[in-house]
Structures are given as structure tokens and as C-alpha cells.
Design a protein around this ligand. Structure first.
Ligand code: FAD
Length: 578
């Protein structure tokens, strides 16, 4: 079936919904989502959204922009970070006006709490910058935006999974989609397509990410010749529940929680004397691994797993119940403990993709190192790389990124579709996707996807994780290559058409394999340590050679790398101390 729209938004997380709200006001807009919209991962975000409102103590957008740049280890494009910090304030008030129930100060203002790497006066100490709705901030953002979209008659196609992009001679003309309920292939023709498909933490064995976070948007783009930017930078959040990876929000430390080793020591005093437990995430995650390697981890029951403690026992039951209720209930459910009585066993968990589809500050996708715009193609949210997060994102800056740049992209799309010529995809539109899917479902024999997925996740976790080196990464690339080879003959066991989740999971595995290869190849090439990319064989940051963004092109079975400059027009890169 063929559908015709001005604008197609792929993804209904915070970024997709905000863009849809803007775009639908003046263009015929469809939102496609493989999930029911409010099941998007944005709904799992706990801790908050940053904005220098200055409601509880002095704060400035300039400080926020600087923290973002420094937090990202100077790989951030600085004008973009400035936009993020400046537009944050209006963005949060817009959310409030649209109905978001933020926590309040006694005077009735939006309350704010501390978060890692957010400081007053260029690094003097932690500042209260994160606006929050208990520990359900993302849930509230998603509900608020979805309600607004319904009110504004945005057209939704729920449980529609995009599998390919239509791109002719540098102009985008739509997407190819599988409808989950029927297995039918649809073509959506549109002048503007925005990818807002979220992250891809599912590359790794232990992750805070939902099952659906498989990076379909970036993978689809990469296969059509679009480069992916800074893919070597993947954030590990310091505090996942030990063994499970389920996130324990940084808000616990923002409210005063303390990390301790087996001797009960507050070890962050050594690694970050000023910010302590609220240092940026890359620093805290490395500190945890260093403590464990030095024998200061806590022995797990099974005598093999070491972990550390996140101690919130001194915060008191009242604060935990009122400001961190979900965290308290996760601890009860998954660990059988009350964080008011016992410390929480934690380990780093794969959390956030700094890299993704390269865009400018209007969400327009950039096709090469020279900055050539791909007409009609946009990206926003976690799947995009603007780049405001550089080599390491600060907590609460992602929800902000969705709102600020989702909206900017939506606004730009409105102007673009007004002047763009109508698009007509070629007669064979969708043929590649049809042939691929037929191949997957018609096959009588072949390996099962589950084993391939497991091996990929273990490889990425062990060899392209927090600490990296050449030998491990080369081994990872070889292994991922052979898994991609096995994937070519993989068989979908469910032969039905209706709700064939087996088929869709295998398609998602294809996305993850491609992104794993690109991540490992980009990481192997970058011979320095910066932000979340930490190499044992190149432990120093090297601005002379490596102060540049990587652009990875997927060319059949290999990855070609190109590089482009970082915008350092406001602050000169300096060594990063906290
Ligand atoms: C547990 C957790 C807690 C977090 N807490 C915070 C926090 O407190 N503050 C903060 O700033 N950040 C936080 N983050 C990060 C932040 O939540 C995410 O980066 C952000 O929500 C991503 O939003 P998005 O709109 O880009 O994508 P998502 O919300 O992930 O939505 C992706 C959408 O794309 C759709 N989609 C994907 N693939 C396809 C396809 N092939 N076809 C059709 N549709 C598709 C999905 O259906 C979904 O609607 C947290 C992340 C996690 C995992």
C-alpha cells in the first residue's frame, strides 16, 4: 500500500513527538512507530531535564553550555551546545504550560536537583539544574507530548516498523515499512522524513536500554550511504543494578547518595575531589572499574561478580518515597531490598549513544565531511549527532536535546515542505526490502538469530566496553564480521504474517550488527582516550591529531572513515579536571 504525506516522523519518543507537534501544524504529518507511542524509551527516563532556571540557586545558560562542552571532553560543537543551554529555559516552561507536572519548591516554582557534571561558575561545585517530576520525568514528558499530539490530531501509525529509506540522488522521498499486525509492506511517500528512533544499547550484553532500542534509524541510513558520526563514543552509566543493568538514576546521587567500595570508602574523593559522586559518567564508570580491578569491589554471592555499593541509607525513607519512588520499588522488585535500609549493589551499564546520524542545528542530515545536506532527511533525539554531547553526555541533557532539537527540526520541516517539489519514488521502491524479507521468511534452514545476538552482545561488552585496546577491538571486529556472515543465512522460524515478532527481531538484529561493526571500527581507528572512549594503549587525549568528529561510511562489509572539524569557537579545549 502507498501512503502520501508531506512529512513522515519515524519514532514517537520525546524527539519524534515534539517534532510532530510542530510539523503537523502546517504540513500533513504521519508518525510511524514500531511501538505503541507511550512505550517509547523516553518513558523510562527517570532523573530529569536540565535548564538553568535558577529557581533554587543562581544559574546561567552560559555555565550550562560550558559544562556540556567540558563534559563532552571538548568534542562538542560549541554553538550547538549554546543553543541547547539557551533554549532549555523556554523549552522547560513550554513543557510546563503543556501540562507537565514538575515537582515544586515550597514557593510553587519548578524544583531542581543536582546531576553529574552540572556546575556553578565554570566548575566551582555542583549546581541544582535538573527539573524533575519525581523519578518519572521521561514518563511525564511522553504522556504530556502524546496528549498534545492527540489534541492536535496528529496521525499515528502504531506498530509500523520502518525497514528502509527511499533516497534518490541526494533527496529523500519516503520510507518502506512493515505493518506488524498484517506483515504487509507499506510505502510512505513524503517530502520530509525525520528519524527519531532512539538509542541502540542493545548492542551490549548489560544495558539500561529497552528491548526496542536497536538503532534501526541509523542502520537504515548507513545502508543507504549516510555516514554515522562519532560512533566510538558510547556511554556506560555508572549505576546499573548489578547483573541486570536496570538503571538506578543518577538522581540518587543528585539527592545525596554515595558510592562506596568494600571498605566503605567514598572512593570518588580520589577520582574527582571537587564533584565527588557527581563527576561526569565516564569518569565515575572508570573509577568503579578501577576500584574493582584493584580488589576493592564487593564480592557477590556467587563469588565471581564484584560490584560496588550505592549508599542511600542516610537519605531517609521520606525523601526516597517522595523523590525517588520508582527507584525504591525497583530495588524491592529486583533485589528484594529497601534502599532506605541497605546499600544498592551496582555496576556500570551500557546506556547512551553519543554518536548517530549527523545533523546540523535544524535537524537536517549531513551526508559528508564537507557538510552537504541530504534534502528532505532529518534526524533528532538519541539517534542523531548534532553534536551537543561530544564524547560524553551529561545526565539530563538528553531529554533536553529531544525537546530543543525535536522542536527545531519540526519547525524547519514546516518551511522545507512548503517550498520543496513533490517527490515520486522510483517504480522499484520497496523492492529491496521485499526481496530481503522474502529471503528471511522463505528459507527452510539456517541459524537462529538468538545465538548470533548473544554472541554480538558479549563481544561488544567485553571488547568494546569501558576500557578498550587494539587487540580486543580487532578481535571484536573479526567476530562481528563472522556474525554478519552467519546472519546472511539466518532463518525466521515463524512463517506467519500476522504479528510476526520473530521476523521483526531478526530485522532489528541486522541493525545492531551493522552498528556494532561501525562502533568497533570507529573505536579502533581513534588512537586516543577522550570521554567515554578510553584506550589502555593510548591513555591520553590527543587534541593535536584527534580533535575531530569521525564519520563512518558502511561500504558492504567494511567501514570507511572520514573526519570533520569540531566547532571550538567559544572555549579553547583544556585538560578536564573535576
Ligand atoms: C532507563 C533510562 C533512563 C534515562 N534517564 C534519563 C534522564 O533522566 N534524563 C535524560 O536527559 N535522559 C535520560 N535517558 C536518556 C533518554 O531517555 C533517551 O536518550 C531519550 O529518551 C531518547 O528519546 P528519543 O525520542 O530519541 O527515542 P525513544 O524515546 O527511544 O523513542 C524511539 C522511538 O522510535 C521508534 N522506532 C524505533 N525504531 C523504529 C522503526 N524501525 N520503525 C518505526 N519506529 C521505530 C520507537 O517505536 C519509539 O517510538 C535515560 C535513558 C534510559 C534508557
Amino acid at each position: 500500500m502507498i501512503h502520501q504525506f508531506d512529512t513522515v516522523i519515524v519514532g514517537s519518543g520525546g524527539a519524534g513527538l515534539y517534532a510532530a507537534l510542530e510539523a503537523s501544524q502546517q504540513s500533513k504529518t504521519a508518525v510511524l512507530s514500531k511501538l505503541y507511542p507511550i512505550r517509547s524509551h523516553t518513558g523510562a527516563a527517570q532523573g530529569g531535564i536540565s535548564a538553568a532556571l535558577g529557581n533554587v540557586e543562581e544559574d546561567k545558560a552560559e555555565w550550562h553550555a560550558f559544562d556540556t562542552v567540558k563534559g563532552g571532553d571538548y568534542l562538542v560543537d560549541q554553538q550547538a551546545a549554546q543553543i541547547l543551554a539557551e533554549e532549555a529555559i523556554q523549552a522547560v516552561y513550554d513543557l510546563e504550560n503543556r501540562g507537565l507536572p514538575f515537582n515544586r519548591t515550597p514557593e510553587g516554582r519548578i524544583d531542581q536537583r543536582r546531576f553529574g557534571g552540572h556546575t556553578r561558575n565554570f566548575g566551582e561545585g555542583s549546581v541544582r539544574r535538573s527539573c524533575y517530576a519525581a523519578d518519572r520525568t521521561g514518563h511525564m514528558i511522553l504522556q504530556t507530548l502524546y496528549q498534545q499530539c492527540i489534541k492536535n490530531n496528529v496521525t499515528f501509525f502504531d506498530e509500523f516498523q520502518v525497514v528502509d529509506l527511499l533516497l534518490d540522488g541526494g533527496t529523500c522521498s519516503g520510507v518502506v515499512v512493515v505493518e506488524l499486525a498484517t506483515g504487509e509492506i507499506h510505502i510512505f511517500v513524503a517530502k520530509a522524513v525525520l528519524f527519531a528512533t532512539g538509542g541502540f544499547g542493545r548492542m551490549f550484553k548489560t544495558t539500561s536500554n529497552a528491548y526496542a532500542n536497536t538503532g534501526d534509524g541509523p542502520a537504515v541510513c548507513a545502508r543507504r550511504g549516510i555516514p554515522l558520526e562519532d560512533m566510538e563514543f558510547f556511554q556506560f552509566h555508572p549505576t546499573g543494578i548489578m547483573g541486570l543493568g536496570i538503571l538506578i538514576s543518577e538522581a540518587v546521587r543528585g539527592e545525596g547518595g554515595i558510592l562506596r567500595n568494600r571498605d566503605g570508602e567514598r572512593f570518588m574523593e580520589i577520582y574527582s575531589p571537587t564533584l565527588l559522586d557527581l563527576a561526569p559518567r565516564d569518569i565515575v564508570s572508570r573509577a568503579i572499574i578501577t576500584e574493582i580491578r584493584a580488589g576493592r569491589g564487593i564480592r557477590g554471592d556467587r563469588k565471581i561478580d564484584d560490584y560496588l555499593h550505592l549508599d542511600a541509607t542516610h537519605l531517609g525513607k521520606d525523601l526516597l518515597r517522595s523523590k525517588l519512588p520508582d527507584i525504591s520499588s525497583f530495588c524491592q522488585t529486583y533485589l528484594g531490598i529497601d534502599p532506605a535500609d541497605s546499600p544498592i549493589p551496582v555496576l556500570p551499564t551500557a546506556h547512551y549513544a553519543m554518536g548517530g546520524i549527523p545533523t546540523d542545528v535544524h535537524g537536517r542530515v549531513i551526508g559528508d565531511a564537507k557538510g552537504t545536506i541530504v534534502n528532505g532527511l532529518y534526524a533528532a533525539g538519541e539517534c542523531a549527532c548534532i553534536s551537543v554531547h561530544g564524547a560524553n553526555r551529561l545526565g539530563t541533557n538528553s531529554l533536553l536535546d529531544l525537546v530543543v532539537f525535536g522542536r527545531r527540526a519540526g519547525k524547519h520541516i514546516v518551511d522545507y515542505v512548503k517550498q520543496a517539489d513533490p517527490v515520486t519514488p522510483g517504480k522499484d521502491a520497496g523492492a529491496d526490502a521485499r526481496a530481503w524479507i522474502a529471503g528471511l521468511t522463505d528459507r527452510q534452514a539456517g541459524p537462529h538469530g538468538g545465538a548470533i545476538a548473544e554472541e554480538m552482545q558479549t563481544t561488544m561488552m567485553e571488547k568494546v566496553g569501558i576500557y578498550r585496546n587494539e587487540t580486543d577491538m580487532q578481535a571484536a571486529i573479526d567476530n562481528i564480521q563472522s556474525l554478519r556472515e552467519r546472519y546472511r543465512s539466518v532463518r525466521v522460524q515463524d512463517t506467519g504474517k500476522s504479528f510476526n515478532t520473530d521476523l521483526l527481531e531478526i530485522i532489528e538484529l541486522g541493525s545492531l550488527l551493522d552498528l556494532s561493526l561501525i562502533t568497533a571500527a570507529s573505536a579502533l581507528a581513534r588512537k586516543e582516550s577522550r570521554g567515554a572512549h578510553s584506550r589502555e594503549d593510548f591513555p591520553e587525549r590527543n587534541d593535536e591529531t584527534w580533535l575531530k568528529h569521525s564519520l563512518a561510511f558502511l561500504e558492504k562489509d567494511t567501514v570507511r572513515l572520514d573526519y570533520k572539524d569540531v566547532d571550538t569557537s567559544i572555549w579553547k579545549p583544556k585538560p578536564r579536571t573535576y
